[in-house]
Design a protein around this ligand. Structure first.
Ligand code: NAD
Length: 317
């Protein structure tokens, strides 16, 4: 069994990945700086179950400033999820986004290079493609938000470290991940909260924008496949998406039905940097790594609703 480092371990997807790695029998080092993009108690709740586990070690450390050798030492793999996510704040907080997403990645790559880490899995995003993200991995990269630009820069840094210093890299571009522990700034989380509290939900644009929704356990499975099939994954970039494409209007209808009430909708213009259509082309990861997203959107949304209701009951909502 391997020793694995997961950065961003207290976050939405990172905490699920740590749990899955522990279940497979690996030793997991989770690293996170609790960047206050959303409240620390939510991240502490994400970590709660992991901290009870004997094979989980948590390091509170900032990739931008802290010594990383101890975290990286003897790791078979680094899953690099830590980042400032979410595009809206990236217009006004570029320094935070660029330092976490670019400088943080570069310092981690340096540590991996120094320690000779056998596999560095960089978590990237469909935002690297820009307004439309519907093609294969070779599609033009034209990010339309500072967030997307910093994440693309991080990808490029990984490739530069691979090409110049032989750091073995795989890049995974996730598409709109949802499910239990989804970040509180993300659309479905906000919509479910608005429905629970009978508050207006602000719909940016006409609602016909589509998303390749990826249920969090499918996204984690894709990430594990990249680790387990190292030879096939090395040096490669893969899209990671769910199988079902739904528009915002369709998702609103699904959540209204699941929660048995109508949403109060307020319309606004689309926001700068918003993507119009994402439809993950997952042919490459399906054929090369055997990925197969399993969770239908309705089932995934039901799981998220159940989790959000529970979180409110436990005081983390
Ligand atoms: N959620 C999605 O739909 C989605 C889609 C595409 C890509 N991604 C990518 O997946 C990854 C995880 O996203 P998430 O939704 O779980 O976000 P999240 O905000 O819940 O988790 C990210 C974690 O990284 C930590 N972090 C940030 N900067 C750090 C630093 N300098 N040092 C140490 N820790 C730091 C934060 O404290 C946070 O807990 C990110 O790289 C994001 O770009 C997410």
């Amino acid at each position: 069994m391997s020793r694995c480092l997961v950065t961003g371990a207290a976050g939405f997807i990172g905490s699920h990945l740590c749990g899955a790695l522990l279940e497979l029998g690996h030793d997991v080092v989770g690293l996170d700086a609790f960047i206050p993009y959303y409240p620390r108690p939510i991240k502490e709740a994400n970590l709660h179950g992991l901290l009870q586990h004997g094979r989980f070690q948590f390091l509170e450390a900032d990739l931008r400033t802290d010594e990383l050798a101890e975290a990286v030492s003897d790791c078979e793999v680094i899953f690099h999820l830590a980042a400032m996510a979410g595009l809206i704040k990236s217009w006004s907080e570029l320094e935070l986004y660029s330092s976490c997403n670019i400088l943080g990645t570069q310092r981690l790559l340096e540590a991996a290079r120094y320690e000779g880490t056998p596999h560095f899995i960089q978590i990237s995003t469909s935002s690297a493609y820009g307004r439309e993200a519907t093609g294969p991995e070779t599609s033009p990269l034209e990010p339309c938000s500072p967030y997307g630009i910093t994440k693309l820069a991080a990808e490029q840094l990984c490739l530069a470290y691979q090409n110049n210093f032989g750091v073995p890299v795989t890049i995974l571009r996730y598409f709109s991940v949802y499910g239990p522990r989804q970040r509180p700034d993300m659309g479905y989380n906000i919509l479910i909260r608005c429905l629970m509290e009978n508050k207006p939900f602000i719909k940016f644009g006409d609602g016909e924008q589509t998303r390749s929704n990826t249920y969090v356990s499918d996204c984690v499975n894709a990430t594990l496949l990249a680790f387990q099939n190292r030879d096939a994954a090395l040096g490669e970039i893969f899209n990671v998406g769910g199988g079902e494409i739904v528009s915002l209007n369709t998702a609103i209808g699904m959540l209204e039905d699941l929660m048995g009430k109508r949403a109060i909708i307020e319309m606004r213009d689309p926001r700068p940097g918003d993507q119009k259509h994402t439809a993950a082309n997952i042919e490459k990861i399906t054929t090369r790594l055997g990925y197969n997203p399993r969770t239908p959107v309705l089932e995934g949304l039901q799981a998220q609703v159940t989790w959000q209701k529970e979180s409110v009951r436990n005081g983390h909502g």
